[in-house]
Design a protein around this ligand. Structure first.
Ligand code: TMP
Ligand code: ASP
Length: 258
């Protein structure tokens, strides 16, 4: 069946296919993990399923609270149907605690709480390594209008508040996360909506008691099993039950007596 679909684009972690309805796209979550602009790569069985299910859970809740997203519905464990949007070429990062590139750039110890949440914008361009930009660059080069940036900033603050509470409730600190937005036309009006995904691939999630990392830093920094970390997040969110295999496609080892 996959062979008959029209592939629109393949990225590092996802493939986009033409959707079955007008103005829709199918997003297929791959098991590929990359870090440092794809300098480090691996295939981690089950990662795509876990990310699809976690992102579905979060986007459904955001839609319910009236925060517009591209998400329409999940099609299966690995794929979702989304609105076809024009991606705004920005990566919007919200930070609550110093970590990663911010800690490095400003010489802060990882884990230092920030005086308030900080929003950063990066120009989405792999060739340039996603450089940090400000609203001057964004509006001067026409990547987004001042009105769109207002919407993006307000939505990002709401999403951060909501996600911080959601994760706090399951003993996890939302250290920082990355979002992408898209635009589409509805009733002759251009609308900005949250796009891409929100999963442990693009968040930093630390266990509140132990500070254990439950996100892609496990892969970036070789800290152990990425699947175990993502499964723990899915379990705490109530997406998978204790003992449930997150993905059904996994081949089973048939034990034979030797
Ligand atoms: P950073 O500290 O490396 O700038 O990352 C900030 C947040 O953004 C962190 O939660 C990881 C996420 N992120 C992505 O989702 N994609 C990326 O390419 C990078 C560099 C970071
Ligand atoms: N987006 C980065 C890459 O492709 C990964 C990351 O550090 O999150 O390699």
């Amino acid at each position: 069946m996959n062979g008959k679909r029209t592939r629109i684009y393949e990225g590092k972690a996802k493939i986009l296919y033409e959707g079955p309805e007008p103005n829709t796209v199918i997003v297929h979550f791959k098991d590929d993990a990359t870090a440092f602009n794809a300098e480090k790569k691996a295939v981690i069985e089950g990662k795509g399923v876990l990310n699809q299910r976690i992102s579905e859970h979060i986007f459904l809740k955001l839609n319910e609270m009236g925060l517009p997203t591209h998400f329409l519905r999940s099609l299966n464990m690995r794929e979702q149907l989304v609105r076809s949007v024009e991606i705004i070429p920005l990566e919007i990062v919200v930070r609550n605690v110093a970590a990663g590139s911010l800690a490095k750039r400003l010489g802060l110890e990882e884990g230092t709480p920030l005086p308030r949440s900080i929003i950063e914008c990066y120009y989405k361009n792999d060739k340039l390594g996603d450089p940090m930009v400000n609203e001057e660059h964004i509006t001067a080069f026409g990547w987004a209008t001042p009105m769109e940036m207002d919407d993006i900033m307000h939505m990002s603050i709401r999403i951060n508040d909501f996600l911080s509470g959601l994760f706090l409730g399951i003993g996890i600190k939302l250290v920082d996360f990355k979002m992408e937005y898209g635009r589409y036309i509805e009733n002759d009006m251009m609308r900005v909506v949250l796009a891409d995904e929100i999963s442990p691939d693009n968040c930093r999630l630390w266990d509140i008691k132990t500070q254990q990392k439950l996100d892609k830093d496990v892969f970036r920094r070789d800290l152990g099993s990425l699947t175990d970390a993502y499964q723990e997040v899915a379990r705490r969110l109530g997406i998978i039950q204790p003992g449930e295999a997150p993905e059904r496609a996994k081949p089973k080892l048939v034990k034979t007596d030797s």
